[in-house]
Write a protein that binds this ligand. Structure first.
Ligand code: FBP
Length: 343
């Protein structure tokens, strides 16, 4: 069971990371500093998002990203804040983002480090202008040995190779959730002190749940195993599941996943036949992989419907995958339905 931390034992993110480095030894100084820099950038993004209309950064930027999506001004601002904060610190060999076609090299005037950072600077774009929670998602990989100028191929490592993953949710409070491969921990931004004290350690996702999250408006485009699973949930106690299920959909992955980390649930963005050329909507490298690492570290499961997300061998930086994640028993059930259908 996760444990909340009392005010007397206030442990800042910096102290938590130093203790992880000193006592557990599975992170080094460079990774510690990298996480601190990402957290500082999230703090600045939280301030920009929190300003709303007062910050003059609502609305469209009038540009498109590599996915062909219209970029919001805050997408661009958040991307810049993460680039500026991370390119000079000396712990990165390169960065990659949802908002940039290609990896961003470290300028020659700065030293390079051993890590690669890939991120979704502002997840939940459709909610930015309507004051619903949005967030930042990030994943940290090692730069392959001997690679001086990493290109896209350096990033194409399966999710099992991640050394850290996290997300920030910019909601009523700003929360940073982090895993270094040894459990999942939650930090809450203290706007007065400007730091992220630890507020929950070792988060656990209940194995069972009665709550599901999916965009139901796509139902006519779903494949049969997906229809079967959702029809059974909707049938509730009158159907084969013999109990009722409730639905939630914020349309910000960070917010839907944070609810699941907090009280359980299953989050699904399946492949659908709306555009058969697309294997899904969500991106493997900076949405599915970091969330899958966090969910698994909290005792949940994460699949593409057919295989464990963390085992997927990436082929492109911006590739999409179907996503099923959350409470273990529900993810295993819907995955079994998909495997049966393809057997
Ligand atoms: P971006 O906003 O970063 O492009 O992320 C995609 C996303 O907004 C997810 O956060 C969310 O889960 C999903 O798309 C919502 O999709 P839909 O608009 O179909 O409900």
């Amino acid at each position: 069971m996760s444990s909340s931390t009392s005010s007397s034992a206030r442990i800042s993110l910096s102290r938590f990371l130093i203790e992880q480095q000193r006592e557990k030894g599975h992170i080094n100084a460079d990774l510690r500093l990298l996480i601190e820099v990402v957290a500082r950038a999230c703090k600045r993004i939280s301030i920009a998002v929190g300003k709303g209309a007062l910050g003059g950064a609502l609305g469209s930027a009038g540009t498109e990203n590599v996915q062909g999506e219209t970029q919001k001004k805050l997408d661009v601002v958040s991307n810049e804040l993460l680039l500026e904060a991370n390119e000079w610190g000396g712990h990165l060999a390169a960065l990659a983002s949802e908002e940039m076609d290609d990896p961003h090299p470290i300028p020659h005037r700065y030293p390079k480090g051993e890590y690669l950072l890939v991120f979704d600077p502002l997840d939940g774009s459709s909610n930015i202008d309507v004051n619903i929670s949005v967030g930042t998602i990030f994943s940290v990989l090692r730069c392959p040995d001997g690679i001086k100028d990493p290109d896209e191929s350096a990033f194409l490592q399966p999710g099992t190779k991640q050394v850290a993953a996290g997300y920030a949710v910019y909601g009523s409070s700003t929360v940073l959730v982090l895993t270094l491969g040894d459990g999942v921990h939650q930090f809450t931004l203290d706007r007065e002190y400007g730091d992220f004290p630890l507020t929950q350690s070792n988060l656990r996702i209940p194995e069972d749940t009665s709550e599901f999250a999916i965009n139901m408006s796509n139902i006519r485009h779903w494949e049969p195993p997906m229809r079967r699973y959702i029809d059974e949930l909707l049938a509730g106690k009158t159907g084969p599941r013999g109990r009722d299920f409730n639905m939630r959909w914020v349309a910000s992955m960070v917010a839907d996943v944070h609810r699941i980390l907090t009280r359980g649930g299953i989050f699904i963005y399946p492949r659908d036949l709306k555009d058969p050329s697309k294997p899904g909507k969500l991106r493997l490298m900076y949405e599915a992989n970091p969330m899958a690492m966090i969910v698994e570290q909290a005792g949940g499961a994460a699949t593409t419907g057919l295989q464990r997300i963390l085992d997927v061998q990436p082929t492109q930086l911006h590739q999409r995958v179907p996503v099923f994640l959350g409470s273990r028993n529900e993810v295993e059930r819907v995955t079994a339905y998909h495997r049966e259908a393809t057997a």
